[in-house]
Ligand binder design. Structure first.
Ligand code: SF4
Length: 443
């Protein structure tokens, strides 16, 4: 086997990454963009970019706190955006949302009354029937209060996802955020009391000083709640202690890669032995949990409407959003600009995802799932074979031992391929997307 790429290059949760988006000079109108799109199985996403603290590992588009009634002004803007977007979708063909999610940031940073308002915007402005479709909401231990959870349960939330990261207080302090185990357990108890069908717990591995033993402690503490889903995330920001003190950065990275791969395999095997199925490198689902509700949304092909200044929207050939930043000051000014926006009728920043890019996206989104990609579905959509379109890449993956012996008609990763999802994904980025991302990072 030849040298494989590093296992932790980037988490490909959406392709292309927002750092490959650019200002759209023609600022296309949303009504024209959506005119000929199928709109009967859309996904609705609302982004709430506020958190009570900044977690050490986080590079999401979010700010700490919301001074001067900022949440009110933000929801006012979200309301204006929803009105403009719904108008642009028109009524010439049926508009229906098949799934909805509130993410962030921390949506439960909003008060119970503000969450009611957010649900009202989704329902009354956009026309999403929240009680009839899967509705997923992210939360945190400190903000998962009984009053907020009651609102979400009442309005139809089917899934609550809580970022715990580690049940070991010292690990949480080292890499995440200071939190007391007792507070985390109390929050989980409130979530279970709220009666939302699916509980997801996020955990992180690769923290300084974390061992198989301490990792198992966190896994078992999570398993005690019998969560329907568990996400195991590799840590991406190397802590400045421990490994960070090794003089040779390449040696430190290698050692850290090995620690993360070891803990990943341990966590995966532990969950598989406790009745969970692997859905992707990060996601595990309790085998006896059953589906959370109707799910007829296909992420490869169906459109998405994003509300809020960090949210993306997808038509079949354009991904668009607002300006993007990772620097805290820039994020604050983008949020401020969003709250002052009156005209939401145009797409400002984005990237075309057609032809070759649509093929890459389809392959990435399917191959990184444990069940693999039905080859016929790809061929039907694009009129070509993935083996012809991505011959050299797939041959390389085969050589690395990343492709499984799957049943005929299925292209599936081996367990090692899945373990290396974050190294494999970037191998499928187009040269143009790589160049745009590199130019962004160089800024
Ligand atoms: S709560 Fe979530 S979004 Fe907020 S800083 Fe922590 S990880 Fe990032």
């Amino acid at each position: 086997m030849s040298d494989t790429p590093r296992p932790y290059r980037s988490y490909v949760y959406a392709y292309p990454h927002k750092t490959a988006y650019r200002a759209l000079p023609e600022r296309p109108g949303l009504a024209a963009l959506w005119a000929d799109e199928p709109k009967d199985a859309l996904s609705l996403y609302a982004h709430i970019p506020f958190c009570e603290v900044r977690c050490g590992f986080c590079n999401l588009f979010t700010r700490i706190g919301a001074p001067d009634e900022l949440t009110t002004r933000y929801l006012d803007a979200l309301d204006r955006q929803a009105v403009a977007v719904r108008e642009a979708l028109g009524d010439a063909s049926p508009v229906r949302f098949a799934t909805a999610a509130f993410g962030g940031g921390t949506p439960t940073f909003l008060t119970a009354a503000e969450l009611e308002r957010l649900c009202d915007i989704a329902e009354k402005r956009m026309g999403a029937d929240l009680r009839a479709v899967p509705l997923s909401v992210e939360t945190s231990p400190a903000t998962a209060t009984a009053d907020r959870l009651a609102v979400l349960a009442d309005r139809g939330a089917t899934r609550l996802s809580i970022g715990v990261q580690s049940f070991v207080e010292a690990e949480a302090r080292a890499a995440v955020r200071p939190q007391r185990r007792a507070d985390v357990e109390a929050a989980l108890g409130r979530i279970r009391d709220a009666g939302v069908p699916v509980l997801n717990i996020d955990l992180i591995y690769g923290i300084d000083g974390q061992t198989e033993r301490s990792w198992r402690f966190s896994l078992d503490a999570a398993l005690a709640w019998r969560p329907e889903e568990l996400y195991l995330y590799p840590l991406y920001v190397r802590p400045l202690t421990g490994l960070g003190r090794i003089q040779d950065p390449a040696a430190a990275d290698r050692e850290w890669d090995e620690q993360r791969l070891r803990l990943y395999r341990y966590g995966r095997d532990h969950l598989l032995a406790h009745g969970y199925e692997q859905v992707s490198m990060r996601m595990f689902r309790r085998a006896d949990a059953g589906p959370a509700g109707p799910d007829d949304y296909a992420c490869q092909t169906d459109g998405m409407i994003g509300l809020g200044c960090g949210a993306r929207s997808y038509t079949s050939d354009l991904h668009y959003s607002f300006d993007y930043a990772v620097d805290m000051r820039e994020i604050r000014s983008i949020i401020d600009a969003y709250t002052e926006t009156e005209d939401f009728s145009r797409a400002e920043v984005g990237r075309a995802v057609d032809g070759d890019e649509a093929r890459r996206r389809h392959l990435l989104q399917s191959l990184l799932q444990a069940e693999g990609m039905p080859v016929a579905g790809y061929e039907e959509r694009f009129g070509s074979s993935p083996f012809a379109d991505f011959g050299p890449e797939l041959a390389r993956f085969e050589e690395y031992g990343w492709i499984a012996d799957a049943p005929a008609g299925l292209l599936r990763l081996s367990p090692e391929g899945l373990a290396h999802s974050d190294g494999l994904g970037p191998e499928l980025f187009s040269p143009a997307v790589r160049a745009a991302m590199a130019a962004y990072e160089a800024k």
